[in-house]
Design a binder for this molecule. Sequence first.
Ligand code: RNT
Ligand code: ZN
Length: 426
Amino acid sequence: MPPSQTRIQRAFNLASERYAALGVDVRQALKTLATIPISLHCWQGDDVGGFENLGHELGGGLAVTGHYPGKARSPDELRADLDKTFSLIPGRHRLNLHACYGEFGNRRVDRDEIEPAHFKNWIAWARQRGLGLDFNPTYFAHPKAADGFTLSHRDKSIRRFWIEHGLRCRAIGAAMGKALGTSCVTNIWIPDGLKDTPADRRAPRERLAESLDAIFRKPISSKHNRDAVEPKLFGLGSESYVVGSHEFYLGYAITRRKLLCLDAGHYHPTETISDKITSVLQFLPEILLHVSRGVRWDSDHVVTFTDDLQAIAREIVANGYLARVHIGLDYFDASINRIAAWVIGARNLLRALLTALLEPPGIHAAEVSGDFTTRLALQEESKALPIGAVWDYHCISQNVPVGEAWLAEAQRHEREVLSQRSGSTD
Ligand code: RNT
Ligand code: ZN
């Protein structure tokens, strides 16, 4: 064993003893951690660009800032970047694709024409690597979404177009789930909303419910595809009214037995999704999370190791919800190396889950016995427990770089691969 490995092993042994004294089984925690899949969002790799080559601006209230060179310009480049990324993250994970990332050759294939065949390379790639796929219809960056309305549009033909897109996306999701033997979560987010005070808040919501019902009419086995709907309170250009608000989709998901997607950036700045998890899971069998980080607004910053992130992970783990919560990342940062952005967010999310798995049982026990002093004392003391030693050991056992060593790998990839991509600064 090289000296660094011996050091990591020794630190791990000491840490395990420390945790064991508090009643925590570290090996069991690592076993569980290794089974938790994170759905990595493909759109961090190319600033939500996709491969349709429609030349249409992103829109829909989504904004990617930064001009870091080297973004992926083709599906092959994106897959190469993802391979590098996955090699720096411990565990076996999933990829979350948007419909605009299909491979259409030189043809123009509109959103109401897409088929599973356009995703066959992604499916083959995922199968080879043992990755699951998740999916999203793309309701933005399109002329028929340019006025800010899609499924709730007042024009029936535009609604029809987007319903067809939704139908096709569910079929693609099911094809992915079937081919890979792991159910695909197909998540619907639409940008529909208004910048200024609406005169009618009701009709668009009635139309949205109707459009969604049309998309979901056909039953699909949950073995292959699960439908999720994603609410939002406000967006850029939809500050006054969002058709698919939290209450709208909460009611919709409960009555239609759909997954609700909670995005950490979609609420008021002091409102957290961690507290919502135990509430909505009283009434829904499963949910999807878009783990993100809003800075002042839904800015989709790279996920860092915040209290918010730790609270989300803790609520999933402490309440035994790992089987009912699908965990995905959702952010886009073009101001730093895009692979590093993926890796930082994913490693933080996993570290937060590990922290939750290592929570001393005394915290819960203190609450049960009504001793809130002890609860608070243990909560605070547990923040200084040697989680880093356990995490390092986990990385070594999963054959991924320990600590900041992953960065050198990402930088080598930047020198050898990303920097060779010309004209890739915008
Ligand atoms: C937008 C939603 C949505 C998107 C992706 C690209 O506010 O969070 O999930 O980020 O579909
Ligand atoms: Zn989201």
